[in-house]
Design a binder for this molecule. Structure first.
Ligand code: NAD
Length: 282
């Protein structure tokens, strides 16, 4: 039976680290504050927002919801982001994406001040992923994968790692962060001809494709570490990852559950970025 790599202890450890900083900031009259920008009422956005608000509360970080109807114009949205950039009482801004199709995502990313980009969506943040420096923050989910590996003492240096998924949100930054930690990384995406072979051959397999059941018994091997980033919903509304858990868990050495794995850590990383931003901005 595989070891279950739960997210809760990783999140708790991150929370403990943050508490001291939050106390010092508050003593100096600064309440670290996250603004969450949401367009519409999508279930996945509401769920993520609720988790982020709860996590903020647990460490004494304040949050503010800035909501718009689906019909919001691009100008209205950009004006509100500019106002948040200029608002000294806001240290981090999370913009729930994907945005409706009539909004230019690129323009939104360009408008957000990199110093408040706690979700790691601006070009400044992505440059920081490549170089390890610069203004901005690593994309939260990619960093959450690294936090999990570190917490459970899983060595990245020299490890053979396969990452499934190449988005700017998760797959690509995770691939780069692992490479920067001296792992040897194979990245798979929708046009990869044979995903099972590099997946099976990896010591660490990270799946961030957003396809329920994509990773089955043909993708894994004994002793492997499996990190399941995927969040998918079955027709019955059950949340599942990319990994066919029941099929894979008896084979591998360790695996993150869904729910209760990477997602739990992602919101903690987000809040830690708000604290870091508050420290840098005050
Ligand atoms: P995305 O759709 O932007 O990217 C998916 C990537 O997977 C693409 O690079 C695509 O080429 C690749 N892919 C898709 N199907 C594939 C297949 N059959 N074989 C190989 N590669 C395939 O999605 P994203 O924003 O990167 O999110 C990926 C998943 O992670 C989603 O399920 C999302 O809900 C989840 N997610 C989880 C968290 C968390 O905190 N746990 C945070 C963000 C995203």
């Amino acid at each position: 039976m595989a070891e279950i790599l739960k997210g809760a202890p990783v999140a708790a450890a991150l929370g403990e680290k943050m508490k001291k900083d939050v106390e010092s900031l508050r003593a100096a009259g600064v309440t670290p504050t996250l603004a969450i920008v949401r367009v519409g009422e999508k279930g996945s956005d509401l769920a993520y927002e609720k988790g982020a608000v709860k996590r903020c509360e647990s460490v004494g970080v304040a949050s503010r919801s800035v909501t718009f109807p689906e019909t919001v114009t691009q100008d209205e949205l950009l004006d509100s982001i500019r106002a948040l950039n200029d608002d000294g009482g806001v240290h981090g801004v999370l913009i729930l994406r994907p945005l409706p199709e009539h909004i230019d995502d690129e323009a939104v990313r360009r408008t957000l001040a990199p110093g408040k980009d706690v979700d790691g969506i601006t070009d400044g943040s992505l440059a920081a992923v490549m170089s390890g420096k610069g203004t901005g923050f690593y994309p939260c989910t990619a960093q959450a994968c690294m936090e999990i590996l570190d917490y459970y003492n899983i060595e990245c240096k020299s490890a053979r790692v396969t990452v499934i998924g190449a988005s700017l949100v998760v797959g690509l930054p995770t691939t780069v962060l692992l490479t920067n930690r001296f792992a040897t990384v194979t990245n798979c995406h929708i046009f990869t001809k044979d995903v099972p072979t590099p997946s099976r051959g990896a010591e660490i397999l990270i799946s961030a494709a957003g396809k329920a059941g994509l990773v089955g018994k043909n993708h894994v091997s004994p002793g492997q570490i499996v990190v399941d980033v995927g969040i998918n919903f079955t027709s019955e509304g059950k949340m599942v990852g990319d990994v066919a858990f029941d099929e894979v868990e008896p084979i591998v050495g360790a695996i993150t559950p869904v729910p209760g794995g990477v997602g739990t850590v992602t919101t903690s990383v987000l809040v830690s970025h708000v604290v870091e931003a508050a420290k840098a901005l005050s």
